[in-house]
Design a protein around this ligand. Structure first.
Ligand code: 26W
Length: 793
């Protein structure tokens, strides 16, 4: 009898032989990765099937999302299956290091930022809680672009995660469906990715659709040797799932994007209805008893009229009957209040792309107008504001609230702002529909996998229950005064910083000092997130150090990671600015390494796994009221970084849990901003009055810095002091918050040197991270919105 390690080795050997016809000693890391992944697929395949059958007859929740930012699968799956140690040893025997095998995997970067990563964390929690649920999305050929930094500028290059094949999805051609557009039909082919839970046999499914043309080639054109023409239809169809839109800040209203949205929601609904009919026949009244569909922001909201179409046109229900079902089936999550991000479709485009859906949307619109007229007969202005179709635009958020039974924000403050400001009138109309679901993250990826050293210490102290019950973290708090524990934490932090330093040296070619404070801001680049405020402060600190070389500070390494939407000029200007300031400071011998600035190229899920565990300071400095929740803030917290932030999004709840005294809160609060706006905010006041600020801001235009004639810096300067046709000067209060930012940074710099007190604060943060597990979030969705229950196989 072979022992299990020998068996595993044989399995890998077989797979590598089947896939590549190579022996183990010939294979490279990529081939081992693929062979090993296939072995895992084989290991779970029976349970995957069993889970699917088990869920068939239960109520299920379907998570419709245009984005799933999954990152790498192998490492996470090994841990969840409990096979990581064994596999590591087997790989060592055949001369491979598990880390380098894992590094051979491309990230599945099928998302932009927070919203996409949240969907991925939710998948992990759903299955770990044995909940009957499934994700539905698009199998983009090209995920979020690869970012190159060339002369300090962001350059986008295509991302090709599938270039070496695709081990983690299996296609199910027998379940393909047809989606019909105004200009013809397209096939939707499902690809299923197993979602493996921790400590359970359940395996859930993420189903991603790929677009294919109905006909392979236009034969007539082919025979006439018109090859471009022959492929036209193929390309028109396949274009739909070709690329992820890299825009997460402004709604562009592009035709292909609307096609993507209709494509995946229509395919998913057809899939759900077909399966429903297999079990329940045509008793569609029962649909809401067995199906809940969560709409991840407005991107899949076109599902609402699509379900009406299926129920009425295909299944023959009356409009009224169908509407009663639809209203009880969907729930909608709002992830942003930035008005420029709210999706509105031009009716001309919408009608062209999905003519039948346009008619249905119009009818929903008129039906809603009737309701409004009854409710507010005298308030015409209100009816106009709430209208689904306004002028020639279809307001997808309004369609979402009207067509669903629940609307939720993603943090307490965010939901409050929705209820009392942004969606005030909607809350008055449907008070019972509004709920809060504070976001969370999976501790399996963001602590257990990313920080095995800290995980080990935690398990040693409180056992391993925290891995699936994060409220257990509270049991760590009693060690906050235990010097031995705090010292071990500090040693681990220092080890993680060394690892990151090495990663930075390898990838960025910059040497950083692991003893310095690691102050990290990693997130999408957006004006409201205020990377500009951060870099302004760094520049100011630099100028002060130059003027006063004897000034004493503890060395700091400021680390940024951020992608900008390709057409977002101010964000791109900020990236260039950060890179230029980094160049200047890092090469200035007078600074003697007191400050270093690092811009991590191509920030993504896998580099995030290096970054979060190594942070001392978590920069969460958005303009109060603008960041719906944030989830990076939680990943930092549970890895023992202190939050340096405004009272915005989930920061509010983080300091509620861990204590303001253990974090660094600064800046204007939501109410203060409202007041300041009413009073009239003039950014010239802080610009002139705050010491050093003018010098920093003027650097953008006085020749101190050089944007190579692109005009990017002048644009940033004007955005602060002049404003633009669409906004007041300094709409995000960068200049107003500068002084408090600087004061608080000074405090951080002083307090960091008291290692014991710092360690204690970090530890209290870790101990109070329990609330921020996506297990808690998903449990709330399951109980309060979806009404689904655990179904363990
Ligand atoms: C139409 C273009 C577009 C695309 C994506 C606009 C907006 C988006 C997303 C809503 C942006 C996003 O990722 N929002 C983030 O969602 C996270 C998960 O809820 C929150 O934690 C972040 O605060 C929010 O910015």
């Amino acid at each position: 009898m072979k022992n299990s390690k020998e068996l595993l080795k044989t399995k890998i050997e077989n797979q590598v032989e089947i896939l590549f016809n190579k022996s183990l000693d010939e294979a490279n890391a990529l081939e081992i990765y693929q062979g090993l992944s296939n072995v895992l697929l084989e290991t779970i395949s029976k349970d995957w099937l069993k889970t699917r059958k088990r869920y068939e007859t239960e109520k299920q929740a379907f998570y419709f999302s245009a984005e799933f930012l999954m990152g790498r699968a192998l490492g996470n799956n090994l841990i969840n299956l409990g096979l990581d140690k064994e596999v590591k040893e087997v790989l060592e025997e055949i001369g491979f290091d598990l880390n380098s095998v894992e590094a051979a995997e491309e990230d599945a970067g099928l998302g932009n930022g927070g919203l996409g990563r949240l969907a991925a964390c939710f998948m992990d929690s759903l299955v770990t809680l044995n909940l009957p649920g499934q994700g539905y999305g698009i199998k983009y050929k090209n995920g979020i672009f690869k970012q190159k930094i060339v002369d300090g500028f962001q350059v986008e290059t295509p991302e090709t995660w599938l270039k070496y094949g695709d081990v983690w999805t299996i296609s199910r051609p027998s379940e393909e469906v047809v989606v019909e557009f105004g200009d013809g039909k397209v096939r939707a082919v499902p690809y299923d990715m197993p979602v493996i839970g921790y400590g359970t046999k359940n395996v859930n499914t993420l189903r991603l659709w790929k677009a294919k043309s109905i006909n392979e080639l236009n034969l007539k054109a082919f025979n006439d040797q018109k090859y471009d023409e022959a492929l036209k239809e193929v390309n028109r169809a396949e274009d739909i799932s070709r690329i992820l839109y890299p825009n997460d800040s402004t709604n562009e209203g592009k035709k292909l994007r609307l096609k993507q949205q209709y494509f995946f929601t229509s395919a998913s609904l057809q899939d759900i209805i077909r399966k429903f009919k297999n079990i329940h026949g045509t008793d569609f009244k029962k649909l809401p008893e067995f199906v809940s569909i969560q709409l991840n922001d407005t991107h899949p909201v076109i599902a609402i009229p699509e379900l009406m179409r299926i129920l009425c046109d295909v299944e023959g229900l009356l409009w009224k009957e169908a509407w009663a079902i639809v209203e009880k089936t969907f729930a909608y999550t709002n992830h942003t209040i930035l008005s420029e991000a709210l999706e509105k479709w031009w009716i001309g485009l919408y009608e062209e792309v999905v003519p039948r859906i346009f008619q249905i949307t119009e009818r929903i619109h008129f039906q809603f107008l009737d309701l409004l007229e009854k409710k507010y007969p005298k308030d015409r202005a209100r009816r106009e504001r709430m209208s689904i179709i306004q002028g020639d635009l279809i307001h997808m958020a309004w369609l979402a609230i009207y067509g669903s039974f629940a609307t939720n924000g993603v943090a307490a403050l965010h939901t409050d702002i929705l209820k009392h400001i942004e969606l005030k009138e909607w809350y008055e109309l449907f008070p019972e529909r509004f709920l809060n679901k504070t976001n969370g993250i999976t501790q399996r990826r963001w602590l257990l996998e990313a920080n095995p050293e800290l995980s080990k210490l935690i398990t040693e102290l409180i056992g391993d229950k925290w891995i699936t019950d994060f409220s257990q973290m509270k049991n760590l708090e009693k060690y906050a005064t235990d010097k031995r524990v705090i010292n071990r934490f500090l040693e681990i932090k220092s080890e993680k910083k060394k690892q990151l330093a090495q990663f930075i040296e390898e990838t960025q070619g910059i040497k950083v000092n692991p003893e310095s404070i690691f102050d990290i801001q990693i997130k999408r680049l957006h004006e409201y997130k205020r990377q500009l405020l951060n870099i302004f402060h760094i520049l100011d600190l630099y100028y002060r150090l130059k003027k006063n070389p004897t000034m004493k500070i503890h060395p700091v390494t400021y680390i940024f990671g951020a992608k900008s939407a390709p057409g977002y000029m101010r964000a791109k200007g900020t990236i260039r600015l950060i890179n230029e300031v980094a160049q200047i400071i890092n090469n200035d011998v007078e600074i003697k390494d007191m400050i270093k600035v690092v811009f991590m190229e191509n920030y993504n899920v896998s580099s995030a796994q290096f970054l979060f565990p190594a942070a001392d300071i978590s920069e969460q400095i958005s303009t109060a009221g603008k960041e719906a929740s944030g989830t990076g803030n939680m990943k930092f917290m549970i890895n023992g970084a202190l939050t340096f932030g405004t009272l915005d999004g989930a920061n509010v709840e983080i300091v509620e849990e861990a204590g303001v005294e253990n974090n660094y809160i600064f800046g204007l609060k939501v109410g203060e901003i409202e007041e300041l706006k009413k009073k009239g905010y003039n950014p010239k006041t802080p610009y002139k009055e705050i010491e050093g600020l003018k010098r920093v801001v003027d650097s953008l235009i006085d020749g101190s810095l050089d944007d190579e004639g692109t005009g990017l810096y002048k644009e940033l300067y004007d955005s602060l002091l002049k404003g633009a046709s669409w906004h007041e000067p300094d709409q995000y209060f960068v200049l107003e918050d500068f002084e408090d930012f600087r004061k608080t940074q000074e405090k951080i710099n002083k307090e960091f040197t008291d290692r014991e007190t710092w360690g204690k604060k970090a530890w209290i943060n870790i101990s109070n991270g329990g609330k921020f597990s996506s297990d808690r979030t998903i449990d709330e969705y399951a109980k309060e919105i979806w009404k689904i229950t655990s179904q363990k196989i």
